[in-house]
Write a protein that binds this ligand. Structure first.
Ligand SMILES: CC(C)(COP(=O)(O)OP(=O)(O)OC[C@H]1O[C@@H](n2cnc3c(N)ncnc32)[C@H](O)[C@@H]1OP(=O)(O)O)[C@@H](O)C(=O)NCCC(=O)NCCS
Length: 176
């Protein structure tokens, strides 16, 4: 099983390049994570630079799975520092490299993220997932509950407008 770690500081150049390739692979293999076409290397580098800046500002947690320094997967949690909303956070950009799927890495990334969320007092997770996707199946099996479906939410590479399903998971009973 690849190693799961939280990135709290800028990664090595090698790992940064692995993240770039992971993002390009995920989009190429059909992940609905914000791109209709795989991003160019420059776009992907800019994207990860922005993510790492958000990690540095404390607005985002980033976990990566690595297998002998090869980037196998990643997951993010968008967190809030405001009093009214810091108990909840949004799971984003779950991706496992196409060469590493169905080995439990997605589930392990989600479990690591949930543990970190609990540690920082987050009691409610939200996520929107392409309806009918492997990611939806995974989150369902991991205890997320369906809120509902939004039609026409995402534009796909073929030009269709596809639905997403919105899920939540309570990590601890809501206080009060
Ligand atoms: C979703 C994704 C992260 C799963 O990663 P993974 O490492 O292959 O998943 P795991 O091996 O941990 O599988 C966990 C569970 O997810 C479900 N699952 C995973 N892949 C699946 C598939 N292709 N079809 C149906 N269910 C699937 C299964 O319930 C599986 O449990 P099981 O193996 O006991 O049956 C991966 O397929 C991926 O990167 N997809 C593209 C990215 C994406 O769409 N992200 C969503 C936007 S946030």
């Amino acid at each position: 099983m690849p190693k799961i770690s939280e990135l709290t500081a800028p990664p090595s150049l090698e790992l940064f390049s692995e993240l770039v390739e992971l993002l390009q692979d995920a989009v190429k293999s059909g992940a609905a994570i914000g791109w209709t076409e795989p991003p160019s290397t420059k776009e992907a580098r800019n994207y990860w630079t922005e993510v790492l800046e958000a990690v540095g500002r404390g607005e985002r947690l980033l976990f990566v799975a690595t297998d002998n320094l090869v980037g196998a997967g990643a997951i993010q949690l968008a967190v809030s520092t405001r009093a009214a909303t810091r108990h909840r956070a949004e799971v984003q950009k779950l991706m496992v490299h196409s060469q590493f799927r169905r080995r439990g890495i997605g589930r392990a990334l989600l479990a690591a993220l949930e543990a970190a969320a609990v540690d920082r007092g987050v009691s409610l997770l939200l996520v929107d997932l392409p309806s009918g996707s492997a990611a939806e199946q995974m989150c369902r099996r991991s205890g997320f509950r369906l809120v509902g479906q939004v039609p026409g939410f995402t534009r796909s590479a073929s030009g269709s407008f596809d639905p997403v399903s919105i899920y939540y998971r309570q990590l601890a009973p809501a206080a009060g």
